[in-house]
Design a protein around this ligand. Sequence first.
Ligand code: GDP
Ligand code: MG
Length: 439
Amino acid sequence: LSEKLQSTFDRLAGKGQLTEKDVDIAMREVKIALLEADVNFKVVRDFVKRVKEKAIGAEVLKSLTPAQVVVKIVHDELIDLLGEAGRLDLSGPPPTVIMLVGLQGSGKTTTAGKLANWLRKQGHRPMLVAADTYRPAAVKQLEVLGEQLGIPVHSEGTEPPPPDIAERGVREAKHKAYDVVIIDTAGRLQIDEALMQELEEIKARVNPREILLVADAMTGQEAVNVADTFHKRIGLTGVIFTKVDGDARGGAALSIRAVTGVPIKFLGVGEKLDALEPFHPDRLASRILGMGDVLTLIEKAEQTIDTSKAEKLEKRLRQGEFDLEDFLEQLQQLKKLGPFTQLLELIPGMSGLKNALPADVTERELKKIEAIINSMTREERRNPRIINGSRKRRIAAGSGTTVQDVNELLKQFRMMQKMIKQLSGKGGKRRMRLPFDLP
Ligand code: GDP
Ligand code: MG
């Protein structure tokens, strides 16, 4: 996806002026990229039309190449389409009520726990309410989550009507001075009338400030229909996309926002209770365009690695200084950070590496990379250009690999280094946000 786009934009970069034909060609590739990212075709059609109008009419500023103008318009329009960064509305007299709705298995209960955990980190005192009486295990599931997190759960088993449970839950929270109440509701495999009525009734009784649809990103276009239906019936204030870790394409997020106008507020990026991220439209835009996401990586790294290391990394990334030692250090840090393939997605140039490897050998491949770099001298790591044929043979022998492996690694490194240079360039952070920073 990104390679195709990149090469199109590379071609454009060589031109002095942007003709209508250039824009057409570029837009054809953008269209394909979006469709491959599973964006609704009507959304794609409108999007491409809008960008084309802007691109052809746009003045090419002296400081920018025509290609940069197209890229900038595509990126800005994507961000525009994705809407504002996700924020919860917690205004009004406490307790603020957040109601989670969605189909069965979309991740409501898990997300209730994640959200409570996230809110507590923000200094709130959240309480959970188990209002899913449809599946007997659901109440227990939420109780267990609450216990794990040390967050109180209001539950009454599966006998009382859910609207009653919700109402008493909110009352209890008020009584005990909890400031946010998260209500976990029932789902169905498909939308049905009984469920909609139940949700409407809960809404009427507890007056939620936020009604968030929890939608499974893996279901792609189906998620768009679900969101549309829920929104028309219940009125949504936001969407939380789950299992984004399994589907990095993000096209459904773009479509939901375009079709319903409902903002995306959070992304669920794993099964663990801290795998919840506030939504950043610019990041998803970059991710959809296939560039990886340096900022998310840095943010994640800062949480797990000590800050000074992360700062150093960020600085070096920005300055475009990136040698094999950084490469190795980064890989080692990444190993600490959890599911490796998920993180590869986030580093420019590395998603290609991931795709080049079958998923199950990725860890092993990493060991090999480590072994190769460890067999290099300090000088070779700092300045890989000096690695000639005889050095390659020595490194291969020392690491138990082949010259071909060494070549492959150097190729990957150079690719990554090049992309990082393009990303960092002159303008620092602002420029880093551009998905394609062309000369
Ligand atoms: P509910 O029926 O809507 O309440 O869904 P659950 O919360 O029970 O979640 C259904 C399944 O999805 C569980 O196995 C969760 O662990 C899993 N799940 C939820 N959110 C995520 C996520 O962001 N990423 C991944 N990989 N799995 C998730
Ligand atoms: Mg549930």
